[in-house]
Ligand binder design. Structure first.
Ligand SMILES: [Fe+2]
Length: 497
């Protein structure tokens, strides 16, 4: 079994109702919207250099059982269908690629540093293949640039761009992942601004293109920062020692893709910065040993707010980034440490007297929860900013020698793992959708699996408690391995445009 099919270019765009095998719970209405690289090959016969640089394609899976929607699925008489649609995001990057001019992604392109910096300021790239988030009333496709793409959630057509243009400080790079506090509905983002003094700017998003500046954190060398953590009171930045020298951007002559601007500088350690949401004050700024990670899983407060706890998927260093080059992946040459679930606990000292905090009084401790191989970990959206019990993730070998052949559910209370594997499929990020029952794991887990023997993908629905399959939907094609999905209960209409 080879996973190379997961890195093929999918040229087909479809919109159709698909029959369900098994049973979809009646309470499940809404849509899973996923995003990822859909095309790697370029018209000139070449290809992008890195998995992260494939051209954005969105996928929508809509559940509206019993509604009838657009009628029985042809040939089945079954109205318990899932409506499926996939579409390339017709971004500027997509059009440039079509015209043979794609340049300047994450790890593709030979733009000079000077051009690259100019591009960051004037024309941020928009190959927004990482995730789709609802911001205000809009659905935005995101990447690590402050320029988001507005997507029609029904047709998946691009309706324009969204980039902040107002008095709050902004940056040239953005964390790809926003964090939402479900208690208030507020979304947060972090942008990196390069300058004589560089800053991470933390904002609350009040709507698409509207924001309230929370606070800023100075840094002498910005880190590559894909995500951050959020609790009910704090925003937590993890500044890994994968750092850029801001001056290197303006030195002429050096060439190379974006990520090669960053250097692994382990002597710096990993800085953990806790910013109070209400005031923007930095209430803790401790440093721990060097580590790297892309995804903060969830975060919460403990002991009356004197401790901030966050789970982070870590790897020992940043070398895994190059392991994700397209050549390596297509040739099945993965050889890297898989993700590990690690818990960080920041002791704030006394949270009532902010002036006493800082690098002297705060400390951070670390506990390895699970080190047997994870990728793209998630928790129930009902637990965001609160203590969670279960973490879901792709189940990897440790070290990784290939793609995920299963998904897993890790119980942080009992230190137990349930795995779902079929022996014949490669899996993507699992998304938990909470159901109406009280149990923390009552609901379903949705994941897209690629069957390389059958030559196509399927959506697999697991029962959240049993962690066993309860339904599947065969897709009309093989979906390239993608990044992230969000479940939007409000996107119900089966006839998706
Ligand atoms: Fe991500």
């Amino acid at each position: 079994m080879s996973s190379s099919l997961g890195f093929h270019s999918l040229d087909e765009e479809r919109a159709m109702s698909l029959a369900v095998t098994g049973s979809v719970p009646g309470w499940l209405t809404g849509s899973l919207v996923r995003n990822g690289p859909g095309r790697f090959d370029l018209p000139d016969g070449g290809s992008v250099d890195h998995w992260f640089d494939g051209l954005a394609m969105c996928y929508r899976f809509t559940f509206d059982p019993g509604n009838g929607g657009d009628g029985p699925v042809e040939g089945t008489g079954d109205t318990d269908a899932v409506h499926y649609r996939n579409r390339f995001l017709e971004t500027d990057a997509y059009e440039q690629a079509e015209a043979g001019e794609f340049d300047g992604g994450f790890a593709t392109g030979e733009t000079t540093l000077r051009d690259r910096l100019a591009g960051l300021f004037t024309d941020p790239y928009d190959n927004t293949n990482i995730v789709v988030e609802r911001v205000g009333g809009q659905y935005l496709a995101l990447t690590e640039s402050p320029r988001a793409v507005v997507v029609n959630p029904n047709t998946l057509a691009v309706e324009g761009h969204s980039q902040y243009d107002g008095p709050a400080p902004d940056g040239q790079l953005a964390c790809a992942h926003l964090k939402r506090d479900p208690a208030t509905g507020t979304l947060f983002n972090v942008e990196t601004a390069f300058g004589r003094t560089s800053n991470y700017h933390v904002h609350a998003l009040t709507g698409a293109g509207e924001r309230r500046h929370i606070g800023s954190v100075e840094t002498d060398a910005p880190a590559y920062m894909h995500s951050f953590a959020l609790t009910q009171r704090y925003v937590v930045l993890t500044e890994f020692p994968l750092r850029v020298n801001p001056l290197s951007f303006i030195k002429p002559g050096r060439q190379g893709p974006f990520i090669e601007r960053f250097e692994w500088q382990p002597d710096r350690g990993t800085r953990v910065i806790v910013v109070e949401r209400a005031t923007g004050d930095i209430v803790a700024d401790p440093v721990t040993d060097a580590v790297f990670g892309f995804h903060h899983v969830n975060a919460f407060e403990r002991d009356g707010g004197t401790e901030v706890v966050f789970d982070l998927e870590t790897i020992p260093d940043a070398t895994a980034i190059t392991e994700l080059s397209l050549d390596s992946l297509r040739n099945g040459e993965i050889d890297a440490i898989s993700g590990r679930l690690e818990r960080f606990t920041v002791d704030l000292g006394s949270p009532t007297e902010p002036s006493r905090y800082g690098t002297d009084s705060a400390s951070v401790s670390r506990e390895m929860l699970y080190d047997d191989g994870t990728s793209l970990p998630t928790v129930s959206p009902a637990r965001w900013c609160e203590e969670h019990r279960y973490v879901y993730a792709m189940s990897m070998d440790q070290p990784a020698t290939g793609w995920a052949t299963g998904v897993m559910k890790y119980d942080t209370e009992r230190d137990e793992v349930a795995e779902f594997e079929t022996g014949g499929e490669y899996f993507g990020e699992p998304i938990f959708v909470p159901g109406p029952a009280d149990a923390a794991d009552a609901g379903v887990v949705l994941t897209v699996a690629l069957d390389t023997t059958a030559g196509h993908s399927r959506l697999i629905m697991l029962d959240g408690e049993q962690f066993e399959e309860r339904a599947r939907v065969e897709l009309p094609h093989a979906v390239p391995f993608d990044f992230h999905g969000r479940y939007f209960p409000e996107l119900r209409a089966r006839q998706a445009g």
